[in-house]
Each structure stands twice: as structure tokens, then as C-alpha cells.
Design a protein around this ligand. Sequence first.
Ligand SMILES: Nc1ncnc2c1ncn2[C@@H]1O[C@H](COP(=O)(O)OP(=O)(O)OP(=O)(O)O)[C@@H](O)[C@H]1O
Ligand SMILES: [Mg+2]
Length: 178
Amino acid sequence: MKMISVFNNKGGVGKTTLAYHLAHILAEMGKKLLVLDLDSQCNMSLYGMKEEELESVWKGEDTVIDNGFDSAKQQMKECDFSNLFETTRSMHFILKSVEEGISDFPELPPPFEVTPNLHLIPGRLTLFMYENKIAQRWNGMFLGESLSIRTVTRWQSRMLNRKVMTLSLLTHPPVSEC
Ligand SMILES: Nc1ncnc2c1ncn2[C@@H]1O[C@H](COP(=O)(O)OP(=O)(O)OP(=O)(O)O)[C@@H](O)[C@H]1O
Ligand SMILES: [Mg+2]
């Protein structure tokens, strides 16, 4: 598994556009790709999915994002809750268990198929909630807090090991200027 990360600390310089074209070219060359949209602007997701498809992903998981897994499980019918894991979910949903500091779910939801070789885990506007937690735990990692260490090290390997992909491509938001 190789990972390509498109990063530049300036906004609007073509990171998402480059990632989008790279993904399609590599997929056409026969590589199996998983694109992770880590940008809450969700531009990459909108390149790969119809607006209604993205909205449907978000709508289906609102209860979990707003209230957390435990509360959502109590509020939702059992079948509705388990169905959440059968269709594509956003990056925020996938990272929600890490944000909450609870154990990961045994199976990850399937990514969205853009083309047979190109799959996408879409972004979500609420990803900032996860980013805030990560920022806190980053400091905690240096203090040796076990939850912080797990947060920083585990999610990536879990996501990337799920499917047999030869390549994953990450698109980032711009880094805010100091
Ligand atoms: N090679 C290019 N030539 C001309 N226009 C381009 C090129 N690459 C990107 N653009 C345009 O520049 C604008 C910004 O591109 P893009 O959204 O890819 O930047 P970004 O770095 O991802 O931005 P952000 O930091 O906001 O995420 C878009 O309107 C895009 O269509
Ligand atoms: Mg971008």
C-alpha cells in the first residue's frame, strides 16, 4: 500500500484539483484507489458524487454525528442503526468513535464507488469537531496518555487495511495561516 498526500499550506493553489486528476489517471492505469476527503469543504466529494448522494450520506448519519454512537443507538431502531454500516458513510462518521474515545466498530462501512477502480470516503462539514479533539490529543500523546496515543496511531491503519487497495490518496484542507 502506497499513500499519496497532496499538501500545501496555502489555500486555493490546486491541491484538490491535482488530487482529483491524479486519482482518475491512476485508476485508468489499473491502480485500485481509495480517496479520503479530509477537507470539510468537501470539494473532492462533490467532484466524485452527486450533491443529492452526498446529502443522503450526511442525512443518514446525522443522529450519530450530533449525539454520538451510544445515544444514537438508544434513539434509533436496531435495524436502522445497523443499516448505518451497510452504506457509504462520511469521514466524520468513520472517525467519530476515535473522537469519542470508544472502541472501533468491527466492520467499516463501504466506500462510495466512483469507478470500479476508484473509491471515495466523502468528507463532511462537521469534521472540525474531530479536528479539535485530535489537536487536544496530539498534546496528550507527548504526555503519554494512552487514549491520545491510540487516537494518533490507529485510525489510519484501520481504514487503509479494510480493502485491498494498492494506493490511497488523501486531500487536505489548507493549513490556517499564523
Ligand atoms: N492547473 C490549473 N489551472 C487553472 N486553474 C486551476 C488549476 N488547478 C486548479 N485550478 C482552479 O483553482 C481553484 C482552486 O483549486 P482547488 O480547489 O483545487 O485548490 P485547493 O488548493 O484545493 O484549495 P483549498 O485550499 O481551498 O482546498 C479552482 O477554481 C480550480 O478550478
Ligand atoms: Mg481543496
